[in-house]
Design a protein around this ligand. Structure first.
Ligand SMILES: [Zn+2]
Length: 228
């Protein structure tokens, strides 16, 4: 059964007609002296491009890469149902080039093919990206370049973190012993020995310890200077 990873393409990236696109790409490859072969691309070490094919191939050219994998797959289904009229048409077009062990991959599918996959529930959602779909705080759907939290929850979280960090740092940085520590490893050790409640609070608030030190470190130095 044909399974297609949803990360391979996005709706707005689809094409109406891959036959025309295939011809255009073939012309371009020939004109630009690319070495073309038909290959199957494994999923590992692959970067999926979300660009048009021109940009994809121009980038290869500008990197002086001229070896291109170019393949197409025709629609061939035993039970195509309402999609019978597309039998024999190209349903997947795939281009790839390689650099430093990484496969750069561009996949195009026609709109009808995505509809077909959806109708047969053949679209896989990559589980690595699943948790990005909703904000972890307000559960709102995330935008394309957001992950974990939506931008307004992220801002709120930063403001809240800042308050907690300030409050915790204010106390610790008064201690002369803390002021004399010169790096974050020593500071972390010092907190573990003397102020485990601070470490616990940071953990509870989901604040990275280095974020805390990037504030508490300079603050301690300032106080040390002021004390002299
Ligand atoms: Zn949110």
């Amino acid at each position: 059964m044909l399974m297609v990873n949803k990360m391979l393409f996005k709706k707005h990236n689809n094409e109406g007609d891959l036959e025309r696109l295939k011809g255009e790409i073939e012309d371009y490859l020939k004109k630009n002296n690319f070495v073309v072969f038909d290959g199957k691309i494994p999923e590992r070490n692959t970067i999926i491009w979300n660009e048009n094919w021109q940009k994809f191939l121009e980038t290869a050219k500008s990197l002086e890469i001229n070896l291109i994998s170019f393949s197409t797959q025709e629609f061939d289904e035993e039970e195509p149902g309402e999609f019978a009229k597309y039998i024999g048409k190209i349903c997947i077009l795939e281009l790839a080039w390689f650099k430093e062990g990484i496969i750069h991959n561009l996949v195009k599918v026609p709109n009808w093919f995505e509809d077909f996959l959806e109708s047969k529930k053949l679209l896989e959602v990559d589980s690595r990206f699943e948790e990005r779909f909703n904000c972890q705080d307000c559960d709102k759907k995330l935008g394309e370049n957001e992950y974990g939290r939506c931008s307004s929850c992220e801002t709120k979280k930063k403001q809240k973190d800042h308050k907690v960090i300030k409050e915790l740092a204010e106390k610790i940085t008064d201690e002369e012993e803390f002021q004399n520590l010169s790096n974050n490893k020593q500071r972390e050790f010092y907190l573990a020995e003397n102020h485990s409640e601070v470490l616990e609070r940071l953990k509870e608030e989901d604040i990275m310890i280095n974020t805390f030190f990037s504030f508490a470190g300079p603050m301690a130095k300032e106080k040390k200077k002021a004390n002299k």
